[in-house]
Design a protein around this ligand. Structure first.
Ligand SMILES: *[C@@H]1O[C@H](CO)[C@@H](O)[C@H](O)[C@H]1NC(C)=O
Ligand SMILES: *[C@@H]1O[C@H](CO)[C@@H](O)[C@H](O)[C@H]1NC(C)=O
Length: 232
């Protein structure tokens, strides 16, 4: 090897410009080039390996981020659903109270007969905000569900032993009862009832038992009436 280098140096010095010399020169350069190429390839390979590692790391961290993002979106969804349910419950709770109900109030008077035997029909409608009282049948029909108050007043006719037993009947059930009896005085008697009605249920005043001609004739001073109001 040493002798080869010496020989090469000698050859180089002696025949630097000779074409024979360029043979070694060429091989030497080729060798150097190959070595440089190998080093370069190694470096490139190492760079590629590093790049691959970095890419893998990036992919891994992106996947981790994706998972975290998905988890946080899922928890946000769950939180929102809970909040929505809470809001919905609150709204539902208040909905009934916020429901704007119509004005329901009526007053009717003047029974169509002085001798009623079942439903007392009050023929004159004084007022009826929701058009719920039928003055031809004597029946009130609830336009909405709610708590109602009803009043009925009977004025007895003048005469011996006049009496009337009557009741407010809500949805076919007596909810207020009175028996008014007098030997010979004029007076009126009032009954009242608070009832909860569903929409469409009816209320009327019923005569359950009477003497002959128990009611006073329609009179300016004494009124037989039937009235009602929606409280809430
Ligand atoms: C709100 O609550 C009511 C009664 O609990 C339910 O019927 C309705 O579907 C709910 N609405 C929503 C949007 O969750
Ligand atoms: C009976 O009721 C109707 C409407 O419901 C009304 O138009 C009429 O005036 C009432 N009649 C009397 C005598 O009040």
């Amino acid at each position: 090897m040493n002798s080869f280098i010496i020989l090469m140096c000698l050859s180089y010095h002696l025949v630097a410009c000779e074409p024979q010399c360029s043979k070694f020169d060429y091989e030497e350069k080729t060798l150097a080039k190959i070595i440089r190429t190998e080093i370069l390839v190694e470096q490139v390979m190492s760079d590629i390996k590093q790049l691959k590692q970095q890419t893998n790391d990036a992919v891994t961290s992106m996947e981790r981020m994706k998972t975290e993002l998905r988890e946080s979106i899922q928890s946000m969804h769950a939180e929102n659903a809970l909040k929505l349910e809470e809001y919905n419950n609150t709204i539902m709770k208040w909905k009934d109270r916020l429901d704007i109900k119509p004005d329901v109030v009526f007053l009717a008077k003047d029974p169509t007969t002085q001798s009623p035997s079942s439903t007392i029909i009050f023929g004159t409608t004084m007022y009826d905000m929701s058009q719920s009282y039928d003055n031809s049948s004597g029946t009130f029909t609830a336009p909405v569900e709610g708590v109602y108050a009803f009043t009925a007043q009977m004025c007895l006719n003048v005469g011996a032993y006049k009496h009337i037993h009557y009741a407010i009947v809500a949805n076919d059930r007596q909810v207020s009862n009175s028996l008014t009896y007098t030997k010979d005085t004029r007076f009126c008697n009032t009954v009242q009832a608070f009832v909860v009605l569903d929409k469409g249920q009816t209320v009327h005043v019923s005569a359950l038992g009477t003497s002959a001609v128990p009611l006073r004739q329609n009179n300016a001073n004494e009124w037989c009436t039937f009235s009602g109001i929606l409280i809430r």
